[in-house]
Write a protein that binds this ligand. Structure first.
Ligand code: ADP
Ligand code: MG
Length: 250
């Protein structure tokens, strides 16, 4: 079954055509990687899935019937699509636990706002769920640390916890290992693999690091200059001359 279907998506910024007739089909339960050189349009495409950008033309359909075009970011989130952006978006002045409690409560109550965080203290159910998630991601011992002071790797892990606690069906990750050491990168790969298997979450991963892509992906779409130029298994993509040309020649 297709969990995400992208058809004929175009997006221009002034005279610059960032996406040109993009088609993409993501199978439920798989890891689908989107790779491509810098400026290929990967983040632009992801932004079209989460309500940050509206395509000029084309459709983005979730779970067979739900059009994501025109929905607000929080509405898309409520349908079960969660995202981790290229730059971690966390509440830097709050503790790790508080950061995870906010989306936990948002999931339950349908609101996501910093101004409600003081209410969190009293909410045992939300606290327990958030704590459980932190244990699962190996962050429990740091729960009282102020998020802004965390290492880059831990910030990314925290952001992942904030997404997962909302029980998404589809998780979108924009360069989840960017700026990480090799050790942190490998931990993140393990984590993402484990998450997929245990929770049955479909993942779309934008990634620069080929080690990550080939470790994780079931299917790869290669984007170059706003167009999908190749698609297939990691094995097929590895040997595809168009892909090598896009990376090396262009
Ligand atoms: P990638 O994520 O693959 O590196 P992007 O999607 O960020 O690429 O960018 C694709 C192209 O669109 C680039 O040429 C970039 O400069 C341009 N672009 C992206 N966002 C904007 C924007 N908000 N305004 C103008 N141009 C943009
Ligand atoms: Mg990008």
């Amino acid at each position: 079954m297709e969990i995400l279907k992208v058809e004929g998506v175009n997006k221009a910024f002034g005279g610059l055509k960032a996406l040109h007739d993009v088609n993409l089909s993501v199978e439920a339960g798989t890891v689908h990687a989107i790779i491509g050189p810098n400026g290929a349009g990967k983040s632009t495409l992801l932004n079209c899935f989460v309500g940050r950008l509206i395509p000029d033309t084309g459709s983005v359909t979730f779970n067979g019937t739900t059009s994501l075009i025109g929905l607000k970011a929080h509405e898309i989130n409520q349908t079960g699509v969660s995202r981790v952006f290229q730059t971690p978006e966390i509440f830097g002045e709050l503790t790790i636990l508080e950061n995870v409690m906010i989306p936990t409560m948002a999931r339950r109550d349908g609101e996501f706002s910093l101004q409600f965080w003081r209410r969190l203290d009293a909410d045992a159910e939300v606290r327990d769920k958030a704590l459980h998630m932190l244990e699962d991601l190996g962050l429990a011992s740091k729960k009282d640390i102020i998020a802004g002071s965390l290492s880059r790797g831990d910030k990314r892990r925290l952001e992942l916890a904030m997404c997962l606690v909302q029980d998404p069906k589809l998780l979108l990750l924009d360069e989840p290992t960017a700026g990480m050491s090799r050790a942190d990168t490998n931990n993140t790969i393990d984590l993402l693999q484990r998450i997929g298997e245990e929770r049955g979450i479909t993942k779309v991963v934008i990634e620069h690091d080929m080690h990550v892509v080939f470790s994780l992906a079931d299917k790869i779409s290669v984007l170059a200059q706003g167009t999908v130029i190749a698609e297939g298994t990691p094995q097929a993509i590895k040997g595809d001359p168009r892909v090598q040309e896009a990376y090396l020649g262009g």
